[in-house]
Design a protein around this ligand. Structure first.
Ligand SMILES: CC(C)(COP(=O)(O)OP(=O)(O)OC[C@H]1O[C@@H](n2cnc3c(N)ncnc32)[C@H](O)[C@@H]1OP(=O)(O)O)[C@@H](O)C(=O)NCCC(=O)NCCS
Length: 217
């Protein structure tokens, strides 16, 4: 069954003035602009479904900010090209799609990511972390939360928030993240000074991470 939550779980991880739309399942009613349909036409049915659901949610969230329903095509490096004055982020994982948008006067960029609640496949943590980060993860209390998955997801959220500003590819290993059991994470990015603190949470089997970058001074 598909349920949508206009400002549900994801919204609780982001500051006020960020508009979120999320779907557990997929939205059948999604419609694409002709340019979006042309972009995604040759991709797999699963990718088309994800892309369409994400656009439906993004337009819904942008409407709350007063934006008309414009096409949302991926730009260089894959980040969506948001309308002037808006910043946002999209994520999809099996069974969940979400979008968060805000006005650039409030936050210069957003990053959100969703993953299944399960430990990373063998070998991935070593690829995306340094020894200090692995030591930090090992010191976290053992429980139901797979800390390595929170860590990985947080790095993806940071990547998504910063890439639209720098347009530079960055290895996830170069982004520094510390996960905290209180539902936050702190991060540093080699090409953007002001990354700061993000939030993480788990709901209905989906792990979510989110952060909002403040406008530059
Ligand atoms: C960009 C990246 C985070 C997307 O990861 P993913 O697993 O496909 O993540 P999600 O499904 O949650 O999100 C996909 C959405 O991210 C957004 N996105 C893609 N590239 C992006 C970028 N460069 N900047 C910001 N957002 C981006 C898009 O909106 C995309 O959805 P859409 O194509 O429907 O618009 C991923 O490719 C990545 O990690 N790149 C970093 C490079 C790296 O070191 N990777 C190694 C991993 S071991």
């Amino acid at each position: 069954m598909t349920t949508t939550a206009p400002a549900g779980v994801l919204g609780s991880l982001l500051p006020p003035y960020v508009h979120c739309a999320e779907a557990f399942g997929t939205l059948d009613a999604g419609r694409l602009h002709p340019s979006e349909a042309a972009y995604i036409r040759d991709r797999s049915p699963r990718r088309r479904q994800q892309f369409t659901t994400a656009r439906t949610l993004a337009r819904r969230a942008l409407a709350e900010l007063g934006h008309p329903p414009v096409p949302l095509l991926p730009g260089p490096g894959g980040a969506p090209q948001w309308p002037s004055g808006a910043a946002g982020s999209i994520t999809h994982t099996r069974g969940y799609t979400a979008c968060a948008v805000t006005s650039t006067g409030r936050h210069v960029s957003l990053g959100i990511d969703a993953e299944p609640v399960r430990p990373l496949p063998h070998g991935v943590l070593d690829l995306v972390s340094c020894q200090d980060e692995r030591r930090g993860l090992a010191a976290l209390p053992v429980g139901e939360v797979p800390w390595d998955a929170v860590f990985f997801s947080a790095k993806e959220a940071v990547y998504k928030a910063v890439h639209p500003l720098t347009r530079r590819w960055t290895a996830l290993a170069a982004i520094t993240v510390a996960v905290h059991p209180d539902g936050t994470f702190t991060a540093r990015h080699p090409h953007h000074d002001d990354v700061g603190t993000g939030q993480w949470g788990v709901h209905r089997g989906i792990l979510m991470t989110a952060l909002a970058l403040p406008p530059t001074a």
